[in-house]
Structure formats: structure tokens, C-alpha cells
Design a protein around this ligand. Sequence first.
Ligand SMILES: [Zn+2]
Length: 320
Amino acid sequence: MAQHILSSGKHGMTFQDFLSGTPAGDYVFQQVPYEEQVRQAGELIRDAEFILVGAGAGLSTAAGLVMGGSRFRENFKEFMEKYGGPYMQDMYSAGFYPFPSEEAKWGYWSKSGMVNRVLPGALPLYKDVYALVKGKPHFVLTTNVDHQFFLSGFQEENVFATQGDYGLIQCRKGCHPKTYDATEMFRQMDQARKDCLVPSYMVPKCPVCGGPMEMNLRCDRYFVEDDAWHEAQRRFGEALTECEGKRTVLLELGAGFNTPTIIRFPFEKLAREHRDMSLIRLNMDEAVVPESLGSHAVGINEDMGKSIRDILREVESNAE
Ligand SMILES: [Zn+2]
């Protein structure tokens, strides 16, 4: 079975082959002291020939891009007062508000684009992740849409962001397979916004069909996968093929159970079927790992900023 699924035939392994993990039935919280887990993780990374990073929402939350709480209330006070109700709880639910006009929709999304994409710059935790892997061949698969990997030092050819980007827009109906950088537009909208609305002349229109535009975020079948997306998908397949037969660390950062089929389950499957691959799972609350992976898994249930810094220190202090 394992041989069948992962056999590197003529084309090697693809993203589609990768996306076929099933839930583990033997999750455990490891009964190993934190310091020992950090030491194990450091050793695995030092010995690795390849590091495959899989990053989910938990990484960006730990890095400071919190979608709710005081960060939401401080940045979106005006929107909460204007729209109220059940949607204006955090930046996830607010994005689904049925905005009554394009002026209102872009009023909101330009604000979101500013606070999540334009203003933050490279965050320290992302830079630490880069420091941890930069000495080894590596590749990143992420469901995060905040562009942080690209900002914090990773090369574009080593990152596959599958779910879109807070700084890109597309035709709402996906009438043509292109995305457009909207960061400058968001800056201008941010200056011009009044009462949560942007002026009508600023509302973007599809250059092909003339229809409305939308954020390039995967939420329905109209999500545009442009040339860059397909190229990144192809390179991810190459990275998977390169991993096979190598001592590979699967470094999973904050990938919980929202979309476990994209990173979490496939990583477990890789570790299960390749004895030379090891899983390091960092997660604040959900660092359970399949017991059957034995010493091929380290699940650290801790604040991720702290774990990454401690592992980095461990790797650096023992480097030859
Ligand atoms: Zn169009």
C-alpha cells in the first residue's frame, strides 16, 4: 500500500497524491518532559537532509496576527458599531458579513488588508522559523494567507501558499486565471475610507468582464489559481519527490483541525509510511501525535514562539 501510494513513478509525487491522509486512531499526548522534547526536535533538525514545513493558522496567531479579541476590537471598532450583530466578532466571521455595496465590501477588506498584510512586516516568529530551516534544503506548504513566509526571508520558489493571499484580488467569477496585487489600492482606500465606505471611484472592476472583484481567498469554487499558484504546486511536488529516501523532518506548525486534510493528516501519513521521515508537531492545544510513530514523532504542546526559540537555541548550541 505505502509503496503503491508513494512510489515515485515517472512524475514523482504530486500535491494530489499528498492530499490523501486519513485521521489517526491512536493520538496521544506524549509523556515526555518539555526539555527532552526540545532536545529531540533539535537533534532531528540537525540530522535532517530536508525540512518540509507545514504551517497553519496557529503559527500566525502565535506570531501576533490574532484574528479576534482586542486586536479586532481596536482595529474594527467603527465596523462593529456600524454593522453590529453576529458577524462582527472577529476577522474570520466579519469577512462573511453581507456587505450591502461594493463600497462597503472594500471598506472592510481594505482595512483587513492593511492590518493583516500591509502593515505588520516580517514578524519575529516567522524570522525564527526561517533561521531554523535556512541551513537545510527546505520547502513550505501553508494555508496561511498573510504573506509572512515571503516577508521573513523564505525564497518564493520554496513556498506554496494554497489558500490565497490577503494582498491579492481576482475577478469574483474567476472569469480569467489572474490575480492582482492590491496592496497599493488598500493604502489609498485606507486614506479615503469614511463611515466604513470607500469612494465609488475606487471600487475595482474586472478588467476582462467588467464585473466585481473579490479577495483571492479560497472560499468557493471561483477561487483563482493563477500561474504562480500552479508553479508553486509543481515545485511542491518536486520537493515531495526530493524528500523520499532522505532523512526528512516534517515540521508542522500550528496546523489544527480546521483544514486537517491539507497538512496535518498528510504529514502523519508521510511519517507513517517512511521510516526516514520524522514529524515535529508544534501546537498550543492540539499537539497529539499518533502513538504508532514512536520516536519518529515529537509533539510539543506549548506556546509556539517559545518552542521555536528553544529548538533554535538547541540546534545552534550543538552545531558543529
Ligand atoms: Zn471577470
